[in-house]
Design a binder for this molecule. Structure first.
Ligand SMILES: [Zn+2]
Length: 253
C-alpha cells in the first residue's frame, strides 16, 4: 500500500528511481528476492507506508549519499526524507558536483550546516548550536555514508569548505543514547538528523523521526526474521499522534 501521493517528494526515492532508469542496479543482497514495497522498501507483508508521519518542519535536510547507499533497503536517510518536507539528496562524486547542489547551498532562504564531528575540523569552523539569521532556515547537510566514505566526502568536496560545521556535543549524544537505550556506538543518519532537528527547535519532527526510525527497524527486522508484524510496540504508540488516518492493526492471532 502506498500513500505517497499525499506526501511531499522523497528525494532519496527519486534518486533510486533515476539510477534505475539509467540502468544502474543494486548489488543483490541476501533476501533480495522477497518482494519489497516500492514506497518504503520493507518486505510487502510488513509495509511501513501507513505509518509515515506528517509534521511541519522549519528545517531542511540535504543528504549526500553514495550510490550504494541509495539502494540499501536499510538506509535511514530515506526515513529523514519521508519526515522532512524540504528534503534534498545528491549522489557524491569526487570529480564533479551537481549544479543543483551548489544552487541549494547558495539559496538565501537557507543557512546550511554541515554535520560532522568537530574533532576533525579546525575549531574556528565548529559550532554546537543552531542559530540562524533572520529570514533564514537551517539546512542540515548530512553525509549519509559509512564513516570512511564520509571522511573522504568531507576532505574532497571543496564546496563545503566555507560552511560551518555542526558538531553534536558528546554529552548530548550520550543523553540521547541513554534515553533511547541505543546500544550501537555510532548513531545512524536518522538519529543524527533527529538530534539536529531538536537543536533547531523542530521538536515534533525530531520525536516523529525517532519513533519512525524505531518502527521502521521493528518492521524491517520482523520481516527479515519472518515474524508476524507487531504494531503494538511503544514506538508505534509514540508515532501514532503524527500519523494521519488509522494505521492497520496487528493481525488478530
Ligand atoms: Zn510500504
Amino acid at each position: 500500500m502506498s500513500q505517497a501521493t499525499i506526501f511531499s517528494v522523497n528525494a532519496v526515492a527519486r534518486l533510486r528511481d533515476q539510477r534505475e532508469e539509467e540502468g544502474i542496479k543494486p548489488i543483490q543482497a541476501r533476501g533480495w528476492r522477497a518482494p519489497r514495497c516500492r514506497a518504503c522498501r520493507v518486505i510487502e507483508s510488513h509495509c511501513l507506508c501507513a505509518w509515515r508521519p506528517q509534521v511541519e518542519t522549519r528545517s531542511g535536510v540535504c543528504l549526500i549519499m553514495t550510490n550504494k547507499e541509495v539502494f540499501k533497503p536499510s538506509n535511514t536517510g530515506w526515513l529523514i526524507a519521508d519526515v522532512v518536507r524540504d528534503n534534498h539528496a545528491f549522489i557524491w562524486s569526487r570529480t564533479e558536483v551537481d549544479p543543483q547542489l551548489l544552487a541549494l547551498l547558495a539559496d538565501p532562504q537557507w543557512q546550511p550546516y554541515l554535520v560532522f564531528p568537530g574533532e576533525y575540523v579546525e575549531p574556528a569552523r565548529v559550532t554546537n548550536s543552531v542559530a540562524t539569521d533572520i529570514g533564514k532556515r537551517p539546512l542540515f547537510i548530512l553525509l549519509d555514508a559509512t564513516w570512511t566514505e564520509a571522511r573522504k566526502i568531507f576532505r574532497k568536496s571543496p564546496y563545503f569548505d566555507r560552511l560551518p560545521i555542526l558538531s553534536l556535543l558528546p554529552e548530548k549524544l550520550s543523553r540521547y543514547r541513554l534515553r533511547r537505550s541505543t546500544r550501537s556506538e555510532h548513531l545512524c543518519t536518522a538519529e543524527v538528523a533527529a538530534l539536529c532537528l531538536d537543536l533547531a527547535g523542530d521538536t515534533d519532527a525530531a520525536s516523529a523521526l525517532d519513533a519512525y526510525f524505531d518502527v521502521f527497524s521493528q518492521h524491517y527486522l520482523d520481516a527479515k526474521h519472518q515474524l508476524d508484524m507487531n504494531v503494538s510496540t511503544p514506538a508505534h504508540a509514540e508515532l501514532l499522534p503524527f500519523v494521519q488516518g488509522t494505521p492497520p492493526q496487528s493481525p488478530i492471532l
